[in-house]
Design a protein around this ligand. Sequence first.
Ligand code: NAD
Length: 490
Amino acid sequence: MEVQTLKYPAIRNYVAGQLTAATQAPTLEVYSPLSGELISTVPLSTAADLDAAVQAAKAAFPAWAAVPIKEKVQIFYRYKTLLEHHMHTLAGLVREENGKTYDEARAEVEKAIELTEFACSMPQLIQGEILEVSKGVECRIERKPLGVVASIAPFNFPNMVPHWTIPNALVLGNCLVLKPSEQVPLSAIKIAELLKEAGLPNGVLNIVNGDREIVEAICDHPDIQAVSFVGSTKIAKVVYRRATANLKRCVALGGAKNHLLVLPDAQPEMTASNVAASMSGCAGQRCMAGSTMVAVGGVDHIISKLVEEAKKIVPGQNLGSVISREAKARIEQHITDAEAAGATILLDGRNTQVPGHEAGYYVGPTVIDHVTPDMAIAKEEVFGPVLAILRAKTLDEGIALENASNYGNAAAVFTQSGSHARYVMEHASAGMIGVNIGVPVPREPFSFGGWNESKFGACDITGKSSIEFWTQLKKTTTKWNPESRTNWMS
Ligand code: NAD
């Protein structure tokens, strides 16, 4: 029998600091979306594998929680240097498993470094409070870790999204079980290796690969205190309901349909290039992608420039692939359905092939005008390099279109008028707002998180808000009678 050698060794789980085989061995094949080539396999672990990881985390927790935070962050300072040192390898893994361009993959690792830097500043952010509330009586508040926690990640940022949770959760004293996306399992193992090299004790971070079964087992496991989830809204709802029904803390980030309102007074060149970059960056597979443009009033001159900008985005050069053959088919079907429903295709990315990578999963940049609110492409997350243009006569009509979305991750306005910008900032129903910025990701220390069906749970996932999520407050009241001391010297 011919044994096929894969480019990357078969992925294993990572438990108590060791790469371990899953107990049963059904595996999924992992393909590079750039080439369609089989590059590795990933185990579909079982609830027993999850339990082994949870037990490792539980065993590591008392000692890890007891390490002073100023010592914990030293590991993450070293880890940050390792991320910088291994940048090329890490970006290469992201590119290979996800299909991004090298620059996009590198930007993802740079963001992981910024997230790690934030965690290193934790000692400056989490001091407690103390007050003498009556004679000799003090109240004090300290932040304490939760214990064993879990993080479930999507395919679109194999390196960055795990860093939304790992550095903060660990520096704050928790032990974590990560469930990467089964579509992109390579980056997570490298992250674990580098953290071990930086000095992270065994068991503090564990990785269990798999799909639905592991996610459900995480929601049900009695020893997991909190669950952080990032993925589609459909699964975010399932996870949020199941984890909270099991009395766990949960934050579940879902999908998005971000509206970019373009007003007639917008600066044409900047707006056109910003909107084109927002809809097509990472092949449109970003929860922050501006997938819907709301053209308010007469902005045809900007739409023409936008199409010219989009034509400069070339698959295989400055545009990566989408994640799978199924994703390519789904995205192209959305375009076909919009056309059939009466929309106008200004730029068509269907049937794209990259010479030399004919088996890769590419969709070219696509701009669709005269989309109406009832069309599926106006309502559903397409998650590809596709821009749907809706028309509005007034700013209020434009805001109403944005507000009608079930989602609410981000929204942006392009204008040179402060009062119009202010109006959109006030009235858009989204958690992250951009003014003349098409991808308004808040940078550390600001928190990341949407509204409506783009996020379930009280806290955001990064920045200061994540400190609330990963800790609980211990309130201690002490009474020491200042009159009752003994003078030992007499
Ligand atoms: P997904 O919901 O399919 O998968 C996310 C995770 O859930 C994966 O780990 C997967 O294994 C698991 N999963 C899949 N099906 C499941 C099921 N039936 N039951 C339990 N678990 C299941 O999402 P995806 O396709 O990997 O990622 C893309 C989605 O993630 C998009 O909707 C995107 O907008 C969203 N996303 C949102 C944010 C945000 O900040 N709001 C960030 C990144 C991605």
